[in-house]
Design a protein. Structure first.
Length: 279
């Protein structure tokens, strides 16, 4: 990947971060930490990888994306807005009673959302069903899902993992956002799911491990996933919770807390400074 493309993806990811921060700040609630940790992957999926059409969100042959860790909707909505599914200014309505941008994704209300999620474990199960449907009806779309590392404590995740391997869903590619922190603390202390790679291997998945903030690694992993036959793929993406905002990085307290005015301004300033450095 050439440096100009990487620079553009870094800018897009930073814009997603700005949108996510604005949404959470405007609502005075939400989940910024895990939103920022997935921004780079969302930028690559929505601006390079996925076959989609914002003007026709329900296009039958589109690739699908399921945010299984549905509480990180702020980044998801920011990516969709940036891609043209709805106006960016609507991010300010996040979590308002009459808004179509609620705290968790709603496929009936929000353009571009392929599956309603929120209850952890549900999303990867739905993604497996979508992939199975693609196989049954001989469709060539691919299904992508984003799991949280804390979410791996849900038994439903492993039921979906068994199902996907059993039915050889090689059109399914899941990411695990491995930032090491969940709402109650480090995942290794709350409910240790490591070694994540060995567990998915034991369940019959093709496993790739990457740096979640390295676009060349993201690109190479997705290309590799498309060559895998007879197995679903999981990309274990080692990330930094709160990536891009200094006071949020690797701080569990920012899992589900909104910045005050001063903190919001600092975060925006840091991200804009980063964007300026790319020019």
């Amino acid at each position: 990947m050439d440096q100009a493309k990487i620079k553009e993806l870094k800018r897009l990811s930073a814009e997603i971060k700005l949108g996510a921060l604005e949404a959470v700040w405007s609502a005075s609630s939400g989940h910024p930490g895990g939103s920022l940790s997935i921004s780079d992957i969302l930028a690559y999926l929505y601006f390079v990888e996925m076959k989609i059409d914002p003007k026709n969100p329900n296009w039958e042959d589109r690739d699908r994306f399921v945010l299984s860790k549905g509480h990180t909707a702020p980044a998801y909505y920011a990516a969709l807005a940036l891609r043209g599914y709805f106006p960016r200014e609507d991010l300010k309505t996040f979590r308002q009673v009459d808004s179509y941008l609620q705290g968790h994704p709603d496929m009936k209300g929000t353009p571009g959302v392929d599956m309603t999620t929120g209850s952890l474990g549900l999303g990867i199960s739905a993604a497996a069903g979508m992939a199975m449907s693609g196989k049954i009806y001989n469709k060539d779309y691919r299904v992508y899902a984003m799991l949280g590392d804390g979410e791996l404590g849900e038994g439903q995740v492993w039921e979906a993992a068994m199902f996907s391997a059993h039915y050889k869903l090689d059109n399914l590619c899941a990411f695990v956002d491995w930032n090491g922190l969940q709402i109650d603390g480090p995942i290794t202390e709350v409910m240790d799911s490591t070694p994540i790679d060995k567990k998915f291997e034991a369940f019959g998945w093709h496993v790739i491990s990457i740096d979640a903030h390295d676009f060349e690694q993201i690109a190479a992993a997705l290309e590799e996933a498309k060559t895998v036959k007879g197995q679903p793929t999981v990309i274990i993406a080692k990330s930094i919770k709160g990536k891009g905002v200094s006071y949020m990085e690797n701080q569990v307290s920012w899992h589900g807390a909104a910045p005050n005015n001063e903190q919001y301004e600092q975060g925006v300033k840091e991200i804009n400074t980063y964007i300026a450095s790319l020019n």
